[in-house]
Ligand binder design. Structure first.
Ligand code: ZN
Ligand code: ZN
Length: 394
């Protein structure tokens, strides 16, 4: 049951919530209804998500205000049972509503809904009976019995392509439901071994808004060669932005003949070097090579792109992308194409961390202008925006 508070009441209800945050926003200074169970559960949510703060954008609403903002006038907000919230993580960034909905479900909120297309705001309530798991982006009805299934079920369908796939009609690819593409950037340790269609595929996929990743096919036989391959890969992908990880692809028989330890050392060298340059880097491998030729520290630190051409993989390790077929058919591509499924929201993770050309890795993108006594002019790019200015000698 809700309690009634004066409009001007500033009671601290719990460590992180004050009654004043739940006031109706209609402009009239009337009383506030608030259910103690709502506050108890919000505190649990705060802890479960390890929040830095939770902002209540809408708490109690009088009938008139509820109708004004599109409600029925009798909904959970008018009873003091509901809050629309934005949860912030320790990094100061909003936590995805997809995650908030799942945690709210664990905690036992009985009404839960994502309420914005960007998955920033979430409605939660402690309605006395019944259950409503909604997604206002997809209408106002109950959408699921289980948010983990509902949001986890949004796996992305993708492809990986190289020069062997010829000229690709990316508009048709997109229309066929492909949601990401991993592009071969090249192979070996010479810059001239850049994939002949890499630039064209990158531009094509970007033009239609398909998130892209990249991979480098290795022939390295030792750590020195792996270093050279990493450097040429970095040169080839320089200045580009990848929403998906960039991968190291090692699969030559003569490499595996070196044995697990040497193969793992080659992998580590390449992966570390690309990672250090500001990239979200992963390893491509078959189920068997990951099992027999890849050290555990690599599999636990780097994201895995699993190649296993079966209906149901029995690979027991973790992976973010699964290449499940080499014989897919996709509109806009002649012949067979590799098909992939992605299980992680890499675009959000990568942009959030500012990796893969999205900003935070390198401040200086252009060499400084000639130095004179009164300082140097520099231009830097951060998050895609250019800044210029003068640095003075100290
Ligand atoms: Zn009001
Ligand atoms: Zn609401």
């Amino acid at each position: 049951m809700s309690k009634t508070y004066e409009y001007s009441d500033n009671t601290q209800l719990s460590p992180h919530f004050n009654i004043s945050e739940f006031r109706c926003k209609c402009g009239k200074e009337h009383e506030t209804l608030n259910n103690p169970e709502l506050i108890k559960k919000l505190e649990k949510l705060f802890t479960a998500l390890n929040c830095s703060k939770i902002i209540v954008t809408s708490g109690y609403r009088c009938t008139a205000h509820d109708k004004n903002v599109g409600g029925s006038g009798t909904g959970q907000h008018t009873l003091g049972n509901a809050a629309d919230i934005c949860c912030y993580g320790q990094d100061g960034q909003p936590i995805s509503s997809k995650i908030v909905c799942c945690k709210a479900q664990d905690i036992g909120f009985r009404g839960i809904a994502n309420i914005t297309t960007a998955y920033i705001y979430t409605h939660v309530d402690v309605r006395p009976n019944g259950k409503w798991y909604g997604d206002e982006v997809h209408g106002n009805s109950s959408v699921t019995d289980d948010f983990y299934k509902y949001f986890g079920g949004e796996d992305m369908k993708g492809i990986d392509v190289s020069v062997h796939n010829g000229n690709i009609d990316w508009n048709k690819v997109k229309a066929d439901g492909i949601e990401f593409a991993i592009l071969r950037a090249g192979f070996g340790r010479l810059e001239k071994q850049k994939d002949e269609k890499f630039e064209q595929n990158y531009a094509g996929a970007k033009a239609v808004g398909i998130p892209v990743g990249a991979y480098w096919y290795s022939y390295a036989m030792d750590e020195d060669e792996a270093r050279l391959e990493a450097d040429v890969f970095l040169k080839v992908i320089k200045g580009k932005q990848f929403e998906m990880p960039v991968y190291f692809d090692l699969e030559e028989k003569k490499q595996f003949d070196l044995g697990k330890e040497k193969v793992s050392a080659i992998m580590r060298t390449f992966l570390k070097r690309v990672e250090a340059a500001g990239y979200f880097v992963g390893l491509y491998g078959s189920a068997s090579s990951l099992t027999t030729h890849t050290a555990d520290d690599i599999k636990s630190w780097y994201t895995i792109w699993l190649a296993h051409w079966v209906n149901q993989t029995n690979y027991s390790g973790a992976y973010g992308v699964w290449q499940h077929s080499e014989k897919g058919k996709v509109a806009g591509i002649n012949g067979n194409v590799d098909l992939d499924i992605c299980y992680k929201d890499f675009p959000t993770i990568i942009k959030g961390k500012g990796l893969n050309g999205y900003g935070k890795e390198k401040a200086l993108t252009n060499p400084p202008a000639p130095v004179s006594d009164d300082g140097i002019s520099v231009e830097i790019t951060v998050d895609g925006k250019k800044y210029s200015g003068k640095l003075n000698k100290v």
